[in-house]
Design a protein around this ligand. Structure first.
Ligand SMILES: Cc1ncc(C[n+]2csc(CCOP(=O)(O)OP(=O)(O)O)c2C)c(N)n1
Ligand SMILES: [Mg+2]
Length: 356
């Protein structure tokens, strides 16, 4: 792996479930089952969230279907003291890190309280502003280096983020100051309706690392083991040698950009169908069936157990008292400026007259 060209694709499990066992020494069967379980949970949570949105029980959602391996591989690769800086399509990684499934329903339900990762989880809130959190990741990494804290920071953003100034500034700064940060890119081939070939003229995203003097690695993003092993290695190097890196995870966005989008207006079934056979969950299931004693019964039991967990999260989300309309004035400033205070008062008066 060490001597690979940054454009080469790292893969350890093929789409049919065949595994290069020599590449995964040190990963136990139990860990593989856990990876599979977490990917399935993420898919079930996502399907439920889409359904809630369609029923008017939740707001907009950016579906993660097809990207579960990239999510879970990242989440599991993090060390206990490391920070994770997500954008908006990383629920699986956030769950691994301790973010509650009910809280992400709340977040996409427009409730501010769902935006707060648990204390100590070392996860930043969902970041909708494309690429801006890469600067935060760099800031955390710089702080850790200055205070001699032996941790690494992992950011995750999309292929679209690589066209943002923030991406350039962050990678440049990390390279110059030799910061313990790994920039993971979920290259799902689309930024809403913009395909990758309109995003960049580079052959790969990983090769962009060369411009910043940092390591660039390209990995099969639908291969959970490859993602996990690669990012773990990069985070170890970031932590112990202050060696920043860029890792491109090659995957595919199987659904619309969000529930507000209709991808059939800009992409055809012929474009999507080759990716169906590369599904990250089917791949792991095939391997587990052939090699680790997985069967229909274990599958059924696991799915019903995980479905019950998702249903419980829906109950908890819907049982929470509704947020107040005046919440829109909170959380922005430590001290509310006079004009916002006035507007809040006005809204309260209005609510007093009409709805309450
Ligand atoms: C700074 C900024 N510009 C534009 C948008 C609108 N927007 C939301 S998601 C998105 C595309 C992001 O594509 P990519 O980075 O590939 O991530 P993906 O959605 O594919 O996961 C855009 C343009 C935004 N949220 N922030
Ligand atoms: Mg994208």
């Amino acid at each position: 792996m060490e001597h690979m060209n940054c454009k080469d694709l790292i893969q350890v499990m093929q789409p049919d479930g065949r595994l290069d066992e020599s590449a995964v020494i040190g990963v136990s069967g139990e860990e593989m089952h856990r990876m599979y379980r977490l990917m399935v949970f993420t898919r079930l949570w996502n399907a439920k969230a889409l359904s809630l949105q369609r029923q008017g029980r939740m707001g907009t959602l950016a579906s993660v279907r097809g990207q579960e391996a990239a999510n879970i591989g990242m989440g599991l690769a993090l060390g206990p003291g490391d920070w994770f800086c997500p954008s908006f399509r990383e629920y699986g990684a956030m769950f691994v890190r301790g973010v509650m499934p009910k809280d992400l329903f709340s977040f996409w339900g427009g409730d501010e309280r769902g935006a707060r990762p648990p204390e100590g989880s070392r996860v930043l809130p969902v970041c909708i502003t494309v690429g801006s959190h890469l600067c935060h990741a760099v800031g955390i990494a710089w702080g850790a280096k200055i205070s001699n804290e032996r941790i690494a920071v992992l950011s995750c953003s999309g292929d679209g983020s690589t066209s943002q100034g923030d991406f350039h500034e962050s990678l440049n700064f990390a390279g110059v100051f030799k910061l313990p940060v790994v920039f993971a890119i979920q290259n799902n081939q689309w930024a809403i309706s913009v395909p990758l070939d309109r995003q960049t003229a580079s052959e790969t995203l990983s090769e962009k690392a060369a411009a910043y003097g940092i390591d660039g690695v390209r990995v099969d993003g639908n291969d959970v083991l490859a993602v996990y092993l690669t990012i773990k290695r990069l985070l170890d190097a970031a932590r112990s040698e202050h060696r920043p890196a860029l890792v491109e995870m090659v995957t595919y966005r199987m659904d619309d950009h969000t529930t507000s989008d209709d991808a059939s207006r800009y992409r055809t079934e012929e474009m999507v169908s080759p990716w169906r056979s590369k599904d990250p969950i089917d791949r792991m299931r095939k391997y587990l069936i052939a090699n680790r004693g997985w069967n229909d019964e274990s599958e059924t039991n696991m799915v019903s157990e995980l479905t019950a967990q998702v249903e419980q999260a829906v109950k908890d989300y819907e049982a929470a008292p509704l947020p107040q309309p005046t919440d829109i004035f909170n959380h922005m400033y430590a001290d509310t400026p006079w004009n916002l205070a006035e507007q809040k008062e006005e809204l309260l008066r209005h609510l007093g007259r009409s709805e309450r």
